[in-house]
Ligand binder design. Structure first.
Ligand SMILES: [Zn+2]
Length: 428
């Protein structure tokens, strides 16, 4: 309905589109909700968006932050640069807090590979810390749940640190404490291929440990002790069940969706969603087309994407130029073999489903910007208010929206810290 214009539009352009296009084709100008006009619904949503604490639990922006010359204090054009997050766009989108994930792609699992992974991970963490101190007028490094609220009051964005892929831990559990001391507050155990800690949902070789390995179990225990959230996104189903059984604190899925809505191994089944509710954890919805809607079969597109992927080197090894040509190649495939885009409506379909199955206390948002996230209407950090607009349209209250946008995650974060304090007191 909105075309590609929406994805590249600025906030004001976007709002204009929303104001004028939402009722496109419909005769009615009044909203179904208590007789409000479309403008009133949008305004009410924007006011709510402004009042509630908004947290995005997953962005791979550190991949950009380690690029020489990449400046987080400057607004970037997402279509020209591929960048989805910087501090000005977080402000535009009303995004109060974010977890920047230090992501290391899975490679060879030996001493040398582990050392390389740890070095790169620390480089990314240091780049996050350096960026927050360099831009202390706009953002602040956040370590505790309350920091997000404190920084919001100061008109600053809260920057939390996570690690996506436990690979940099290697075989040395003491690295978990090293990362904690650097400010890391969640670790995604595994990424798209199996590692020494856990099995991936997407490893072509299938399961290796039958879920979380013995080493992974020690890592989970150490995360519980220190107060680091255990993130099961990217893990296979057994990893989820193992994490629920092993973790003494509630767990999170920092960027995962509902499998009953979109059948993908990265998404969570209803049984898992129910267990997540029992566990007191939270599932953070993510903005990737393939996890949000089932596209009609398109073998020519799949083949073209497969061959592009096969020719790719690891993202962390790419130069800016190589990244640009990759993006161009991807855009060319999209143009030649278009696929219907995922939209904000798909996102809220998943939220509706999780709320129905697990309840309002167990869903949140983790966009995966700069890691493949970005859909029509939520193309980058400047457009995240569109999720709130759709939630308001569907009748969600401010209290419910506050839970979805951050309250639930903060609750889990606090519980994880409380469990850590208890475990440390018991050990003393
Ligand atoms: Zn991911």
């Amino acid at each position: 309905m909105y075309g590609r214009l929406l994805s590249s539009s600025t906030t004001s352009g976007l709002l204009i589109l929303f104001l004028f296009c939402t009722g496109c084709g419909a005769e009615k100008t009044e909203s179904d909700l208590s007789g409000e006009t479309e403008e009133q619904v949008v305004q009410r949503a924007l006011d709510i968006h402004d009042r509630v604490l908004t947290i995005d639990t997953h962005a791979d922006t550190p991949l950009r932050m380690i690029e020489p010359g990449f400046d987080m204090s400057v607004r970037h054009d997402p279509d020209e640069t591929g960048s989805k997050v910087d501090y000005p766009r977080m402000k535009e989108g009303g995004l109060d807090a974010i977890f920047f994930a230090a992501f290391v792609a899975q490679e060879i699992r030996d001493g040398e590979g582990n050392t390389r992974a740890k070095t790169l991970c620390l480089q990314m963490i240091d780049s996050i810390i350096a960026s927050t101190s360099r831009n202390s007028d706009m953002v602040g490094l956040a370590l505790d749940p309350d920091h997000a609220y404190q920084l919001e009051k100061q008109g600053k964005r809260a920057i939390y640190i996570g690690i996506e892929n436990g690979y940099p831990i290697g075989n040395d559990v003491s690295n978990v404490e090293l990362f904690y001391n650097k400010g890391v507050r969640y670790i995604t155990l595994v990424h798209s291929a199996n590692n020494d800690l856990a099995d991936s949902a997407t490893d072509p070789d299938g399961t290796e440990h039958g879920g979380i390995s013995d080493l992974g179990q020690k890592v989970v225990k150490e995360m519980n002790r220190l107060g680091i959230m255990v993130d099961v996104s990217h893990g296979n189903d057994s990893v989820f069940y193992d994490a629920i059984a092993m973790s003494k604190a509630p767990i999170i899925a920092s960027h995962s969706n509902a499998r009953a809505v979109t059948d993908h191994s990265r998404n969570m089944t209803d049984e898992m969603l129910k267990l997540m509710a029992e566990n007191g954890g939270v599932v953070q919805l993510t903005m990737l087309d393939v996890y949000l809607r089932t596209a009609p079969p398109n073998p020519a597109r799949d083949a073209a994407l497969d061959s592009l992927r096969a020719s790719m080197k690891s993202v962390t090894e790419m130069t800016a130029e190589e990244r640009n040509s990759l993006r161009e190649a991807y855009n060319a495939i999209n143009e030649k073999y278009p696929s219907p885009p995922a939209t904000v409506e798909h996102v809220v379909d998943h939220i509706d489903h999780i709320v129905e199955v697990a309840g309002i206390d167990h869903v949140g948002i983790g966009c995966d910007f700069d890691g493949g996230g970005g859909i029509q209407g939520v193309w980058d950090a400047s457009e995240v208010m569109n999720i709130t607009i759709e939630l308001v349209r569907r009748g969600y209250s401010e209290e419910e929206i506050a839970k979805i946008w951050g309250g639930n995650l903060i609750r889990v974060f606090k519980e994880v810290q409380a469990v850590s304090e208890q475990l440390q007191a018991e050990a003393a």
